[in-house]
Ligand binder design. Structure first.
Ligand SMILES: NC(=O)c1ccc[n+]([C@@H]2O[C@H](COP(=O)([O-])OP(=O)(O)OC[C@H]3O[C@@H](n4cnc5c(N)ncnc54)[C@H](OP(=O)(O)O)[C@@H]3O)[C@@H](O)[C@H]2O)c1
Length: 270
C-alpha cells in the first residue's frame, strides 16, 4: 500500500521511516525537498508535487501546520476522493476536514515526536465508523507506536497532554540532569541516569498497570532519602505546575480551533 505524507517537517519525517520499515511504500512532500534528501537513503520517495503524491497513494497523511492543512486539503480534495485522509494537525476538526474533502474517509489523529523511534502515542477519531477502514488506519498508526481510538471531544486535551507531552518530559529530564550537575555528577552520567530513570519508570508503570502513587510509595521509605526530594517538589507545587501546563495548552488548542473555523468558512465561500 502506498502512503503519501504531505508536509515533511518534524512529524512528517518522524513517521516516514517507521512506515517504510513496516512495509508501506512511502512518498513525502515538502516545498524545499533538499531538507529531506536523507529520507531517500531509507527508500522513501520525496517530491514537492503534492498532487502527484496524492494521486499515487491510497492513504494520505497530512502533517502540515493547522492553517496549511485546511488550505492545502482544499487544493487536493479532488484527488483524495475515496481515499483515507489522516490529518495530524492540532485543532482541525473532523467536521472541518469532511467539509473540505466530502468524498474522502477522514481521520483526525495526534501523534508525538517519539513516533520517530516507534514509541509514539497516537489517539485518533473518525468521522464515520467503517471497520475495514479503521483497521487500515490502526495498522498505519501502529507502525510508529501505540494508537487508540477516542471520541473527538478528547482530542484538544490529548494534543496538549501527549502531542506536546515530550516537551514537558524533556524539561523534567533536563532539570534532573541539572540536579545531578549541581551535586557534582559528570554531565553524560547525569543525563543517562535521568533519561533511563524516566524510561524505566514509564515502562514499570505500563507493565504493572499499578497507579503511579502505589509505585511511588514503594520508593519512599520513612525518614529516607526520597522523602526529602518529594518534600521539595511538593513545596514547589510541581503537580499544580504540570496540571496548569496541560490546561493552558488545551486552551490554546481550542483557541486555534476557533481560528480554523473562520478559515474554513472563508475558504468555502471563495
Ligand atoms: N512537532 C510536534 O511535536 C507535533 C506533535 C503533534 C502534532 N503536531 C502537528 O503536526 C503538524 C506538523 O507539525 P510539525 O511540527 O511537523 O511542523 P513543521 O516541522 O513545520 O512541518 C511542516 C512541514 O510542511 C511543509 N509544508 C508547508 N507547506 C507545504 C505545502 N504546501 N506542501 C507540502 N509541504 C508543505 C514545510 O516544509 P516546506 O516549507 O519546505 O514546504 C514543513 O517542513 C502540525 O499541525 C502540528 O499541530 C506536531
Amino acid at each position: 500500500m502506498k502512503v503519501s505524507i504531505i508536509g515533511g517537517g518534524t512529524i512528517g519525517t518522524s513517521i516516514a521511516i517507521p512506515l517504510k520499515n513496516n512495509g508501506y511504500d512511502v512518498i513525502v512532500t515538502r516545498r524545499n525537498t533538499s531538507k529531506i534528501e536523507f529520507l531517500k537513503e531509507n527508500g522513501v520517495e520525496i517530491t514537492s508535487d503534492n498532487k502527484r503524491a496524492v494521486e499515487n497513494s491510497q492513504v494520505v497523511i497530512l502533517t502540515l501546520k493547522p492553517l496549511d492543512t485546511v488550505s492545502e486539503l482544499k487544493k487536493l480534495a479532488n484527488y483524495t476522493q475515496g481515499k483515507i485522509i489522516i490529518s495530524m494537525a492540532a485543532a482541525v476538526s473532523l467536521k472541518q476536514l469532511k467539509t473540505i474533502a466530502p468524498k474522502s474517509y477522514v481521520v483526525r489523529a495526534m501523534t508525538n515526536i517519539a513516533a520517530s523511534v516507534g514509541a509514539g502515542f497516537t489517539p485518533y477519531c473518525v468521522y464515520e465508523e467503517n471497520e475495514q477502514k479503521i483497521q487500515i488506519v490502526r495498522q498505519i498508526l501502529g507502525s510508529f507506536g501505540e494508537s487508540e481510538k477516542v471520541e473527538e471531544k478528547y482530542m484538544d486535551a490529548l494534543t496538549a497532554l501527549s502531542g506536546s507531552g515530550p516537551a514537558y518530559i524533556l524539561t523534567i529530564i533536563e532539570s534532573m540532569m541539572y540536579g545531578g550537575l549541581k551535586v557534582g555528577l559528570p554531565r553524560e552520567l547525569s543525563l543517562k541516569a535521568s533519561y533511563q530513570t524516566v524510561l524505566g519508570s514509564a515502562k514499570l508503570l505500563a507493565q504493572s498497570r499499578d497507579h503511579p502513587s502505589e509505585l511511588k510509595e514503594k520508593v519512599i521509605t520513612p525518614g529516607g532519602v526520597t522523602i526529602e526530594g518529594i518534600f521539595e517538589l511538593e513545596n514547589m507545587r510541581i503537580r499544580t505546575a504540570i496540571m496548569r501546563a496541560i490546561e493552558a495548552s488545551t486552551a490554546k488548542s481550542r483557541e486555534i480551533s476557533k481560528e480554523i473555523e473562520q478559515k474554513v468558512h472563508e475558504l468555502l465561500n471563495n
